[in-house]
Design a protein around this ligand. Structure first.
Ligand code: HGY
Ligand code: MN
Ligand code: MN
Length: 417
């Protein structure tokens, strides 16, 4: 079997660590997450790594390099969206493990340490925040996110504690940038560009920025049959007007991608006028300025709609991750490895966000994209083929070998041997 075929088999196995339903549903700090750790621990051990879990429930596999050498961080996330695909995130944990297995079987050793990281929560689906793991390593996470709760009222702090980790230890996870060579993330493209170019791999130039705001309209409920239309303060009608404007404005400006993916209405009864309507507004753009302008526009429009219909309106930012550029040097090394492995070089921005977005506050980042069938992702039919994953393993192994040859792997504050 090729390493790509082994990858396909292992991703099929871990895909079973999922809640019931189509595709993969593996939210952080759940029984499915705990089951998945057994598979990831096995991959890391097979790659010769020492495995432990950190206080953010990131599973860490470390290959110790020479004393005084820096550490290359590689990783992605174990969690999925509900009814998602079997490649998003987890493929970026498995492929570097296979690349290390390949280097080991080729008798190669590395003059630096390597850590493979399986972050717990990148999607930010269960809690209205995300990227706790990479932000803890970068020393940029905000303690207040631990008080955010999921739809069952379980706080992030309680979920981590119940999962067996110790949130107060989060403050001790921050790494010294001087010790870190950089961060590499391998990820399914989640778009159609590589398929359009008939290329198995792509090197990412930058990652779009993202922000999420909770939007709330508060009106007045009443009997659906007895309250005259003119007297109504219908929160769902107001929300619908704003949501339609979000899509129309985003399409017209063409600088952002804006989505309302969920809504909750109370009292949520067919014969009662909606009193409250709550929804998350997500806005993404490679330009932070365009994203902020758009969000400001929607805030003004929402307040206007509320005033015109006698409702209350709130819009509160719950999550923001600025756009980030990938490191030129690291990306050139990655591009060289892609070409040396015999594949065409395609460079492209990422419309999806990633753990790498937060890791860029700690160290230089590079991202390797793997072709995505029909560009479909966040769906059960998300697919990457074995040959392309095999190409990615070759490129990652080549990237490691290039870094090893570059000699830039010693830690400045440690005297040479
Ligand atoms: O939503 C995203 O961009 C990523 O898949 N979390
Ligand atoms: Mn992802
Ligand atoms: Mn995703």
């Amino acid at each position: 079997m090729t390493l790509g075929e082994i990858a396909q088999t292992r991703l099929s196995e871990i895909a079973s660590c999922s809640a019931t339903g189509a595709g993969v549903t593996r939210l952080p700090f759940t029984p499915e997450h705990r089951l998945a750790l057994n598979h990831i621990r096995h991959w890391m051990t097979a790659a010769g790594l020492e495995v432990h879990m950190d206080a953010a429930a990131t599973l860490v596999g470390r290959l110790e390099g020479p004393v005084g050498s820096k550490t290359l961080l590689i990783g992605s996330h174990q969690d999925s969206v509900p009814n998602g695909g079997r490649y998003d995130g987890i493929m970026g944990v498995l492929l570097p493990c296979l690349a290390l297995e390949k280097l080991h079987s080729d008798g190669e050793t590395l003059p630096f340490s390597v850590e493979i990281l399986a972050f717990a929560d990148e999607e930010g689906v269960r809690f209205p925040t995300a990227l706790l793991g990479p932000r803890a390593l970068a020393g940029t996470y905000d303690n207040s996110v631990l008080d955010l709760a999921d739809q069952d009222g379980v706080t992030l702090r309680a979920a981590i504690t119940e999962f067996g980790e110790d949130p107060p230890q989060l403050d001790r996870l921050a790494r010294n940038p001087a010790d870190i060579l950089g961060y590499l993330e391998t990820h399914i493209e989640q778009g159609p560009v590589l398929e359009t170019h008939d290329a198995p791999l792509g090197v990412v130039t930058g990652i779009c920025g993202i922000e999420r705001n909770n939007v709330r309209f508060v009106g007045r409920t009443g009997h659906a049959g007895t309250v005259p239309m003119a007297d109504r303060r219908d929160a769902l009608v107001a929300a619908s007007r704003l949501i339609a404007s979000v899509a129309d404005t985003a399409k017209a400006t063409n600088t952002v991608r804006a989505t309302v993916g969920a809504i909750s209405v109370q009292p949520n009864a067919v014969n009662a006028i909606p009193e409250t309507a709550d929804f998350p507004l997500e806005v993404r753009s490679i330009s932070d300025e365009a994203r902020q302008d758009f969000t400001d526009q929607i805030r003004v429009l929402g307040a206007q709609i509320a005033r015109d219909s006698g409702l209350a309106f709130e819009m509160e930012q719950t999550y923001v991750q600025p756009a980030v550029a990938c490191d030129i040097d690291l990306s050139e090394t990655l591009a060289g490895a892609v070409q040396h492995a015999g594949f065409p070089l395609i460079t492209l921005p990422s419309g999806a966000t990633h753990d790498a977005s937060a890791m860029s506050d700690l160290c230089p980042i590079a991202m390797l994209f793997v072709r995505c069938k029909h560009g479909l992702s966040h769906r059960p039919d998300e697919h990457a083929n074995a040959a392309d994953m095999n190409a990615a393993v070759d490129a990652i192994a080549g990237f490691l070998a290039s870094l090893a040859a570059s000699g830039s792997t010693r830690n400045h504050h440690e005297p040479p041997l």
